[in-house]
Design a protein around this ligand. Structure first.
Ligand SMILES: [Zn+2]
Length: 576
């Protein structure tokens, strides 16, 4: 946060506190107005103060508070108020439909100073007895509490991806809009996101049109340069969206600033200072003179850095790489020649081979691995050996006239003792064997199970290696180093499962596995037609893990892929 944002937040808090304490409404208003003005100022507040410039909407008293903040880093009045009011009250005041006045009533009558106490009072039914709390108001507070709960949860990025792209497309379609970009953790492809930051460059005021979007449930803030609202997702949950209107000359620097990460930004700012510049969201400056900022590329170039792709801006050494022009060319969606995990209706998918082919053609694929589940995974329609053999014959027949080669494959269960769910005579008939673990006992360490399975020469890929689910399940207990080491020694590929629920391996594990010289496959785990589009998530994740085209086996052409698999199997057999 810059000075303007910090001060705006402090002023909002002061206003809330004053209102809670029943202070003069005009003074409360003055703080709120000033907060709003600060949020919208194009330059840092210190610039105006230094130039001794009047700022419309900020009076003498508050100006002094700003100066106090710039000199000391805090405002005494703010601190005083904070100490007078229990911390939890500030949280309660943030709940939609509960303003300072309601919070005050709740506190005076029921000593409500935490969300927990608020819940209890709501459940008790006591509120109805108090003047000022009608049925409607109580319903609203309950609704507000639900909203607040939903807002404080994070979303798996894949769960909200399409909704956000749809919003972006809507914004782009507004007349006069020149540029729209979603920044923040979305642009960096963090696996979970809390809210959405969108930047817009426009020739005219478009706030009315923005707010016409039918999925906007509630407007939180509507200023000249910032509009915030709650946006309803297709799953009916709500996410906060902040839209910022950016001037053309600051587009690139603002995009960098709001893309983050915060840690990355701090390092970039320090680097700029080292080179005698100042870098902020408004541009790159030398002695207060604007040097660059229109595009990100321009800013990187002026700093003598290689362009840093957004996915890797996480302060994990990318700036060092960029200094030396050593960021590799990261994999792109267009590099992918096929999907290496797809389930057909022979197990728990819903697609027949024609549907799979149709989707694959849309994506220009050469091949798709049909990876139906093996027999012991009964809950997911695991195939008995005879069914597998019959399915394989069907695939062979289909391939004679198909335009996309379906690889005869299976996602084979690794059993409790580390053996595989089909015998070797069956496995060796498969073009590609994915091995995976779905059943794990509580607290079971599965390292040995994996290591044993990796002795089998037909295990080509370990699918969703850690078993985690982005929001709801921790990774299985396992020694990743041992597994990476063995995978590397045995030329076993590790999957980047692109399904939005899984994203497994994740970015950090990809980085680590790459150190071991491991190759990766990207599979969507598609069970229906829509599932194919998740390949994008896999690619973004691979980029976040610094992978190039050469690190990922499904960038190979069909023939290259088949001979690669064959070579690895021969290698493993020779070592066995
Ligand atoms: Zn699976």
């Amino acid at each position: 946060m810059n000075n303007n944002q910090i001060l705006a937040k402090i002023f909002e808090e002061i206003a809330d506190a004053l209102e809670f304490l029943g202070d003069n409404p005009f003074r409360v208003r003055a703080y709120r107005t000033a907060a709003n003005v600060l949020e919208g100022l194009p330059e840092d507040i210190s610039v105006y103060i230094n130039r001794n410039e009047k700022i419309y909407g900020i009076g003498e008293e508050l100006r002094e508070k700003i100066i106090e903040f710039l000199n000391t880093g805090k405002i005494k009045k703010h601190e005083e108020l904070l100490s007078k009011i229990p911390r939890g009250i500030f949280e309660i005041m943030k709940i939609p439909y509960i303003g300072p006045k309601t919070a005050k009533l709740l506190y005076d009558y029921f000593n409500v100073d935490s969300i927990e106490k608020l819940k209890k009072v709501l459940e008790s039914g006591q509120l109805l007895k108090i003047r000022g709390f009608g049925i409607k108001k109580i319903e609203n507070i309950k609704k507000g509490l639900e909203l607040y709960k939903k807002l404080s949860e994070r979303f798996a990025i894949g769960e909200v991806y399409q909704d956000i792209i749809n919003l972006k497309n809507y914004l782009s379609s507004i007349e006069g809009v020149e540029k729209v970009e979603v920044a923040g953790s979305f642009r960096r492809f963090k696996e979970t996101i809390g809210d959405v930051d969108i930047l817009i460059c426009s020739k005219r005021d478009i706030s009315e049109e923005i707010l016409k979007h039918p999925r906007i449930v509630e407007v939180i803030n509507k200023g000249e340069t910032k509009i915030s609202f709650l946006y309803e997702l297709s799953n009916h949950r709500l996410i906060q969206v902040d839209i910022r209107i950016i001037e053309e000359k600051s587009w690139g620097s603002a995009l960098m600033y709001f893309t983050g990460s915060k840690e990355h930004n701090i390092l970039m700012r320090d680097l700029a200072i080292e080179k005698g510049y100042k870098l902020n969201e408004y541009g790159l400056f030398k002695d207060e003179i604007y040097i660059a900022g229109k595009t990100e590329e321009e800013v990187f170039e002026k700093l003598n850095l290689q362009y840093i792709p957004p996915e890797i801006r996480e302060a994990r050494g990318e700036i060092e790489l960029a200094k030396n022009f050593k960021i590799p060319k990261l994999i792109e969606l267009e590099d992918i020649k096929g999907d290496l995990q797809v389930h057909s209706k022979y197990s728990d998918g819903v697609m027949d081979f024609w549907e799979i082919e149709a989707e694959a053609l849309k994506l220009n694929y050469e091949y798709v691995a049909i990876t139906d589940h093996s027999k012991s995974l009964k809950v997911a329609g695991g195939m008995e050996t005879e069914d597998l053999i019959r399915r394989n014959e069907e695939i062979k027949k289909f391939n004679k006239s198909s335009r996309v080669k379906l690889l005869i494959s299976a996602e084979v269960e690794i059993l409790n003792d580390g053996s595989l769910d089909y015998p070797d005579e069956i496995l060796k008939e498969l073009d590609l064997v994915l091995a995976s673990i779905h059943n794990v006992k509580k607290d079971e360490d599965i390292t040995e199970r994996y290591l044993k399975a990796m002795d089998n020469p037909y295990v080509d890929i370990i699918a969703h290696p850690t078993g985690r689910l982005v929001i709801s399940r921790e990774p299985y207990k396992m020694d990743l180093d041992k597994i990476f080491k063995k995978a590397s020694e045995r030329k076993i590929v590790l999957e980047i499962n692109a399904h939005y629920n899984r994203l497994d391996l994740n970015d950090l594990n990809i980085l680590k596995a790459k150190q071991y010289g491991i190759k990766f496959s990207i599979g969507t785990d598609a069970h229906n037609r829509a599932g194919f589009s998740m390949i994008l998530f896999g690619v973004k994740l691979a980029r976040k893990g610094l992978l190039t085209k050469d690190d990922v086996i499904n960038t190979l052409s069909l023939n290259e892929l088949l001979s690669y698999i064959k070579l690895c199997r021969e290698y493993r057999k020779s070592k066995f």
